[in-house]
Design a protein around this ligand. Structure first.
Ligand code: NAP
Length: 472
């Protein structure tokens, strides 16, 4: 029997209950963790190592041999070694011929090398069938069993049979294989564990920028201005008053920024008369992080709700209301109930409560466990219709907050309007444009465009007619 036929036999599917031996090169953290997990799942494990001396850290049911000896015992070899040490594998090319080599390696930087580690391995050992897998699972998670967050194992490779064998092992370990296609996908898979909250970067940086801007804006208007012109020290506003002004502003602006890209996309599609041309990159990226923008907005709205709850126990608020009561008692005069003010205040609170309720509902439906249990139409209904309702309620809540002073020039300080007025600019633009887009003269063509209709198709019926006529 030649070497190839022995490899083919080794690759044949195992129909008996006994599992195939798996070889792991490298007795480091990951090799050992994977070895433990494999033994628990019933796989005989043999380690290929530079030293045959078994350390106490190595699973006791596993054998430790030289690389060449270990490789001969299995059809699948998991390379639990850093990429920079792969060179020695070329000397084992003969024994590795026809074997399935599983590359599990990661890099320190995104796109660190021109080719992926798996492709590099395939170049070093051209006779082997290289499969990329396991790199998104950590040694700690494997050993501690806390795999809830990383149950998915992305698998790619050019040899279907080899990939299937690896996916069978992944399943046997209680993990979920996700087939990512050919080995060309390896670079992308290697970049996954290096990404640091990619979708959160823009919302977080934007929020930090807006928080800084509005903090200094409110500080200038409410603390510095009052100190200079009224000689009052309101610096304690920094603790609660200013944050409680910034949080609702941020919540409203970020919520409107969730809906602004959709409105811009609609305008672009109407202008171009087609949906088949790509949106600019910035718009694509913006649309992809709408969920994160919405969740950050919800976080600010929740903070606003908490800050609002403590208002009655604030020393400043109690001092102010006591003063009003005492001055009424001293003047022996009570103020009659102003029903207009009562209406404004109650409407403001009611809109805030309803807005917050729908905000929370939006947040809950964006959770994967909830969004997976609703169909696409239900999800769109909640995220779009209820989303706009939330935006309307929160915008109205902010407008009513201004009450009688809304847009009044007397509320300006150093020509600066109140911060909440600035917060209304983007939501109002979004709502007005959305309202205009709902008109049938715009909504109908937009719906047709989204169903695939094109104003100037590249191969129009007329040009087809001309082509057909000339052919006749
Ligand atoms: P490690 O603890 O440093 O172990 C690497 C092993 O490689 C060593 O124990 C050694 O095993 C072997 N080795 C070292 N230098 C070598 C050389 N010059 N020639 C041949 N073999 C050599 O690293 P690790 O954390 O286990 O990571 C191993 C691979 O798994 C890496 O590619 C890493 O990116 C990937 N990975 C790790 C994790 C994790 O959580 N640790 C998660 C996903 C992927 P022997 O002494 O037995 O020869």
């Amino acid at each position: 029997m030649n070497k190839n036929s022995s490899n083919i036999m080794a690759l044949a599917p195992n129909t008996s209950n006994k599992r195939e031996t798996v070889c792991i090169f490298g007795t480091g953290d990951f090799g050992r963790a994977l070895g433990y997990k494999m033994i628990q799942s019933g796989y005989p494990v043999v380690f290929g190592s530079r030293s045959k001396q078994a350390s106490s850290l190595i699973p006791k049911d596993a054998e430790v041999l030289s690389h060449a000896e270990a490789a001969q015992k299995s059809a699948i070899i998991i390379i639990a070694i850093q990429r920079q040490h792969y060179n020695f594998l070329t000397s084992l090319a003969e024994v590795l011929h026809g074997k399935v080599l599983v590359d599990i390696s990661n890099n320190l930087k995104i796109n660190q090398y021109p080719e992926s580690n798996a492709e590099y391995l395939a170049q070093l050992v051209p006779g082997a069938k290289v499969v990329k897998a396991f790199n998104t699972v950590s040694a700690w998670a494997l050993q501690s069993g806390t795999l809830d967050a990383s149950r998915q194992v992305f698998v790619c490779g050019d040899d279907m049979e080899a990939k299937q064998m690896v996916m069978d092992i992944v399943r046997a370990l209680g993990l979920t294989p996700v087939d990512q296609g050919s080995l060309l996908a390896a670079q992308e898979i290697e970049n996954y564990p290096l990404q640091l909250f990619p979708m959160w970067k823009f919302p977080i940086l934007l929020s930090l920028g807006l928080v800084t801007f509005f903090f200094f804006y409110c500080l200038t208007r409410d603390v510095i201005y009052t100190y200079i012109y009224e000689n009052k020290d309101f610096s304690f506003f920094i603790a609660i008053s200013i944050p409680n002004r910034i949080c609702p502003i941020l919540a409203l602006i970020l919520l409107s920024l969730v809906y602004l890209p959709g409105v811009l996309a609609a305008i672009i599609q109407l202008y171009r008369g087609t949906k088949y041309r790509r949106f600019p990159d910035w718009l694509d990226k913006w649309m992809l992080c709408r969920k994160q923008l919405g969740l950050v907005a919800l976080a600010f709205a929740s903070l606003h709700a908490v800050y609002t709850l403590v208002i009655p126990i604030r020393s400043f608020v109690r001092w102010r209301s006591n003063n009003q009561i005492i001055s009424q008692a001293l003047n022996n005069k009570t103020e009659p109930l102003n029903t207009t003010n009562a209406w404004i205040s109650d409407s403001y609170l009611a809109l805030g409560i309803l807005g917050f309720f729908f905000f929370v509902l939006l947040g809950i439906t964006s959770l994967p466990s909830v969004s997976n249990s609703v169909n696409w139409r239900e999800f769109r209904f909640v995220q779009s219709k209820l989303g706009y309702l939330t935006l309307i309620l929160c915008t109205a809540h902010t407008m009513v907050y201004g009450g009688k002073w809304f847009l009044s020039p007397s509320s300006y300080r150093w020509y600066l309007p109140s911060a909440y007025m600035l917060a209304l600019i983007i939501p109002c633009i979004v709502l007005v444009v959305k309202f205009v887009l709902v008109f049938p003269c715009l909504d109908k063509p937009l719906t047709r465009i989204r169903q695939g209709w094109e104003r100037n198709p590249p191969y129009s019926e007329q040009s087809n007619y001309i082509i057909n006529k000339s052919a006749v």
